[in-house]
Design a binder for this molecule. Structure first.
Ligand code: PBG
Length: 326
C-alpha cells in the first residue's frame, strides 16, 4: 500500500454523489397487491405490516395510493371465494384478479402484472394438478404437463382482463413457452412475460403464505421449486425461460440469493428482476419494532444492494415507503 492511494478522497459530500455507481428510483419498483374475494373490507396482513388484503371494490383505491408514491407498477395476487383441486378460480373470467385487473386498467394508469400460479386457488395449496400414487414415495406428485394447460388459461384470462404482463410462478417446466403460445393464439402478442425463473424453495415465503392463504395442505414444494443449494442450475432455468420467450427473468427471494442475481445479470441481456419477498420484509420490521434496526435505512440499503447485484426491477413490499422518500 502506498500512502498515495486514498480512496477516501472520493467520499466527501461534494463528490460522493458524482461517483455513486447505483441509484434507486420509484420506476424500478413493483408493489404487490392482494385482492380478496372473501371480504367486504380491507383486512390488515399481520405478518406483512402495512399491507392489507383488499376487496375488489377497493382495488382501484389501493392502486391509486400506490401510484401517488411514484410507483408505477403493481403485481396482483388473488384470494378466491372458493378453492377446488384444479384451482379453477385462477382462470375464471370473473375471477378475483381478473375483476380487479379490469377495474384497475380502466381507472388508473398503473402497469398491471398478474401473478400466474395455482397455489392460492387449489384446495390442496400446491401450484398445479396433484396426482396421488400409492406406489412411489412421496404418495403424491404435482403433475407437470397437466398443469401447463391451466397456467396457459390463467395467463390468457388475465390478458383478456387487461393485464400488461403476466408472471408465471409455478415452476412448472415449459410454462413460459406454453403461456407465450397461448397468449399469441389469443391475440395477446403485446402482453409481456416476466418468468419467475430461479424461484427457490425458500422458508422466506412464510408471511406471504399466511397473507394469500397459499400454504400447501401437505408436503412442501421442493420437487418443483429450486434447491437453495444450487447456483449453476439457476442459469440453466433462466436459459430455458429465455429460449421460450421470457421478456424478463426473475430471481426469488432476493437478498439471500444476490449471487444468483449477479450471475443472471452477467449471463443474459434480458432485464433481471428480483423479488424481495415477504420474509425479507417481515424480518426487518420485526427488528425495527424491537428498536434494533432503523427501518428506513435498512429498507433503502436492501433495495440498493439488490440493484447493485444487478437487478433492474425489484418486487418489494417496501415499494411505497422507499418511493416516497426518493
Ligand atoms: C405463489 C407465490 C408465492 C410468492 C409469490 N408467488 C409463494 C410460494 O411460492 O409459496 C411468495 C412471495 C413472498 O413471500 O413475498 N406461487
Amino acid at each position: 500500500m502506498h500512502l498515495t492511494d486514498r480512496p477516501r478522497r472520493l467520499r466527501t459530500d461534494g463528490v460522493r454523489p458524482l461517483v455513486s455507481e447505483t441509484s434507486l428510483s420509484a420506476s424500478d419498483l413493483i408493489a404487490p397487491v392482494f385482492v380478496d374475494a372473501t371480504t367486504d373490507e380491507r383486512v390488515p396482513i399481520e405478518s406483512i405490516p402495512g399491507h392489507e388484503r383488499v376487496p375488489v371494490d377497493e382495488a382501484v383505491a389501493r392502486v391509486k395510493e400506490i401510484r401517488e408514491t411514484g410507483v408505477e407498477a403493481v403485481i396482483l395476487f388473488g384470494i378466491p371465494e372458493s378453492k377446488d383441486p384444479e384451482g379453477s378460480r385462477a382462470y375464471a373470467a370473473d375471477g378475483v384478479v381478473q375483476e380487479a385487473t379490469r377495474r384497475i386498467t380502466a381507472e388508473t394508469d398503473a402497469y398491471v402484472i398478474g401473478d400466474v400460479c395455482l397455489c392460492e386457488y387449489t384446495d390442496h395449496g400446491h401450484c398445479g394438478v396433484v396426482e396421488e400414487s400409492a406406489e412411489t414415495a412421496p404418495t403424491w406428485t404435482v403433475k407437470n404437463d397437466e398443469t401447463l394447460d391451466l397456467l396457459g388459461r390463467t395467463a390468457v384470462s388475465q390478458a383478456e382482463a387487461g393485464a400488461d404482463m403476466v408472471a408465471p410462478s409455478a415452476m412448472t417446466d415449459g410454462q413460459v413457452g406454453t403461456i407465450r403460445e397461448a397468449l399469441d393464439d389469443a391475440g395477446h402478442e403485446d402482453v409481456a412475460i416476466m418468468a419467475y425463473s430461479a424461484k427457490y424453495e425458500s422458508a422466506f415465503y412464510g408471511p406471504f403464505r399466511d397473507a394469500a392463504d397459499g400454504a400447501p395442505a401437505f408436503g412442501d414444494r421442493r420437487h418443483y421449486q429450486m434447491d437453495p443449494a444450487n447456483r449453476r442450475e439457476a442459469i440453466r432455468e433462466a436459459e430455458l425461460d429465455a429460449d421460450q420467450g421470457a421478456d424478463v427473468l426473475m430471481v426469488k427471494p432476493a437478498l439471500p440469493y444476490l449471487d444468483v442475481v449477479s450471475d443472471l445479470r452477467r449471463e443474459f441481456d434480458q432485464p433481471i428482476a428480483a423479488y424481495n419477498v415477504s420474509g425479507e420484509y417481515a424480518m426487518l420490521h420485526a427488528a425495527a419494532d424491537n428498536g434494533w434496526l432503523d427501518l428506513e435505512a435498512v429498507a433503502h440499503e436492501s433495495l440498493l444492494s439488490i440493484k447493485r447485484a444487478g437487478a433492474d426491477l425489484i418486487l418489494t413490499y417496501f415499494a411505497e415507503d422507499v418511493a416516497e422518500r426518493i
